[in-house]
Design a protein. Structure first.
Lengths: 234, 406
């Protein structure tokens, strides 16, 4: 495996393409996308359905290998990593927040947050302390022993945010995190994420249709047909 | 690992109904397999013990050629010396001398080919249990002249009762056809209707006079202190008794050994089929669980759970199901087998069929203790192997696709 070194950006993609085959038809989900993200960004990636938002997020999250091109996360070309190396890389460097929360249903809120640190083999005391601290930061200090089915959608998503931050990632990818939330929960969630972005410099990259997310984003990237249509920084 | 165990254990109970049904199916499968094994082994054990107990005993000694054609002249060589050697062996509990001839028993109601055994009742009582299997009459204690003890089936066939007279036609030692008159003193019933119909016991002294044996005998039956001593006794006797043939019960009646081997093979095949069915039941359940949790598994891979841990988690879930079900199945089996080992299963509805095979109408289950351990270990191994396919299926999931699935 050859690791190419680049200048300091959190994420850098170079000419990434992703082609899917649907029967005999070729679909260019991503078409020569070159872009960089710096530390501390609060970026929304928008576009109509089928524009390539999720494909792009999967590519920079190491969940899907591009057909061609390079993806650098903290100077590591993740397209050259093996499957096992990629799993470990995601664990150490990337946080995920999913549309459907995707918490482990049989674990409590605290156990869900601890789980990531457990995979990182962090000692028990340190895990527990950090899990409680993160859940407090997202306003769930009184819900730590509840299981997901005992929490509201907004609360579950906050647990998901805490879990995403547990591994001390370089950035957090959030794929339509507010899609299943009501307006109050959405507002609360975005407040927390913005606070983390401002106070701790955590990088957040969203894929979203939600105007409320777009309104708070410092940078909006518009995708269409797998290409960057616009890239506006506020 | 502790957390994986915790997750796996809690996952087992996510769908209580489904997990309970799989556990129940494993419990019933184990119980059915073990109980059938116990019934089959018990059946054969009874058959073997019945044969050993009523007539065969642990070992027999004959003239080397006697068993080939049952020639009346092939009597035990050096009887006195042979008996002396037997008496010196401390592992031998009892022995009995017998005259063995083939004959025809007849009366006004009919006739039947039989094996006529001339015995010494005091010796025979210590060796076999015929004297305790009498349904009517007495065992060579009442009649002074030519008493006979016959089987119940033979008695019914020839309409014989206590004190009935029977004529036995047979060949004497000199090859002349002769007839002897006997009076029925006792009627016995064993587990083998074939034995009951074809065997008649008379006193050796009476038979000796009738066929001019002059003290010669055809057979010495030997009972060891335990069946485990048979090999030891045999090798000790063979080293000293060189002119007669010494055989153990399974050499005299190899069909008993063959039946045991055949039944053992059949029950192991049956158990194998049961375990195979259990394996598929587990595969089916775990596969459903993996497919249902596709999204969750995709998430776990996305956030950094490696393949080894994922595989372990799914295997642990399967093992937990097996570890709950197996002891319950074993306990249920142990209790039921122990109960029916003591009280037996009443199969009198098919008694005549069983008796023709040498088995009583009440079957006592029997299972060696090592089989419980073997089957437990095998079940857990099968469960682990059954977990491999669903676990591998989970490993093949692509996180990006799995997370987006419904």
């Amino acid at each position: 495996m050859t690791i190419k070194k680049r200048k300091m950006n959190v994420i850098e993609t170079k000419n990434i393409r992703r082609v899917y085959h649907q029967g005999e038809i070729e679909v260019n989900a991503l078409n020569d996308v070159t872009i960089t993200f710096e530390k501390g960004e609060f970026t929304a990636i928008i576009g109509p359905s089928g524009s390539g938002k999720t494909t792009f997020l999967n590519a920079i999250g190491g969940l899907d290998k591009p057909t061609s091109g390079e993806v650098f996360i903290n100077n590591t070309d993740i397209t050259k990593l093996s499957e096992n190396e990629l799993i470990d890389f995601r664990l150490q460097h990337i946080g995920f927040v999913f549309q459907s929360y995707n918490l482990i249903p049989v674990l409590t809120a605290k156990e869900n947050v601890e789980f990531i640190m457990l995979l990182q083999e962090i000692p028990k005391q340190e895990r527990e302390k950090r899990a409680i601290q993160l859940l407090t930061e997202v306003g769930l200090s009184s819900q730590i022993n509840r299981r997901p089915n005992q929490l509201s959608g907004g609360q579950q998503q906050r647990v998901a945010v805490a879990r995403a931050l547990a591994s001390k990632p370089k950035f957090v990818l959030a794929d339509e995190p507010t899609a299943n939330l009501d307006s109050t929960s959405t507002s609360d969630l975005l407040d927390i994420m913005q606070a983390l972005n401002k106070e701790e410099g955590m990088t957040f990259i969203f894929s979203t249709h939600d105007q409320r997310v777009m309104d708070r984003a410092k940078r909006i990237i518009t995708l269409e047909d797998g290409k960057i249509l616009s890239d506006i920084k506020r | 690992m502790k957390t994986l165990i915790k997750i796996a254990w809690r996952n087992v109970w996510r769908n209580k109904l489904r997990s309970s049904l799989v556990i129940l199916s494993i419990v019933l499968g184990i119980w059915a397999g073990l109980f059938l094994m116990a019934m089959t082994l018990g059946l054969n054990e009874q058959r073997m013990n019945g044969a050993v107990d009523t007539y065969l005993s642990h070992l027999q000694i004959h003239h080397p050629k006697f068993k080939e054609d049952l020639n009346i002249k092939d009597t035990i060589i050096d009887k006195k010396q042979t008996v002396a050697i037997i008496q010196k062996n401390t592992n031998i509990k009892a022995f009995a001398e017998r005259i063995v001839v083939q004959g025809m028993i007849a009366n006004s109601k009919g006739s039947k080919g039989i094996e006529l055994l001339g015995i010494r009742p005091e010796q025979e009582k210590k060796l076999t249990s015929i004297s305790t299997h009498l349904t009517e009459g007495t065992y060579f204690t009442k009649f002074k002249k030519n008493p006979a003890v016959i089987g119940e089936k033979l008695a019914k066939k020839l309409h014989l009762k206590i004190r009935s007279k029977v004529v036995v036609t047979l060949q004497d030692y000199n090859g002349n056809l002769t007839a002897a008159l006997f009076r029925v003193e006792g009627i016995f019933k064993t587990n083998s209707s074939v034995f009951d119909e074809s065997t008649v016991f008379v006193r050796a002294s009476d038979l000796d006079k009738s066929i001019a044996m002059h003290g010669k005998i055809h057979e010495i039956a030997i009972l060891g202190k335990s069946i485990g001593d048979v090999k030891k006794i045999k090798s000790a006797l063979i080293s000293k008794i060189t002119n007669n043939k010494v055989e153990s019960w399974n050499e005299i009646s190899p069909e008993l050994g063959y039946a045991q081997e055949m039944m053992s093979s059949m029950v192991f095949i049956f158990m194998g089929i049961v375990l195979l069915a259990l394996a598929f039941s587990i595969i089916n359940t775990m596969l459903m669980a993996v497919i249902e949790r596709k999204k969750e598994l995709g998430m776990l891979m996305a956030v950094g759970m490696n393949k080894k841990r994922l595989f372990s988690m799914i295997s642990l879930e399967t093992l937990f199901i097996a570890m709950i079900a197996t002891p319950i199945g074993m306990l249920l089996s142990y209790w039921s087998i122990s109960y029916f080992n003591k009280y037996g299963i009443d199969l009198s509805i098919i008694a005549s069929g069983l008796e023709s095979l040498g088995i009583g109408s009440r079957v006592y289950t029997y299972l060696p203790k090592n089989l419980y351990i073997n089957i437990t270990a095998t079940t857990l191994l099968v469960a682990f192997l059954a977990s491999v396919f669903p676990a591998r299926r989970a490993l093949k999931l692509r996180p990006a696709e799995a997370i987006r699935s419904n």
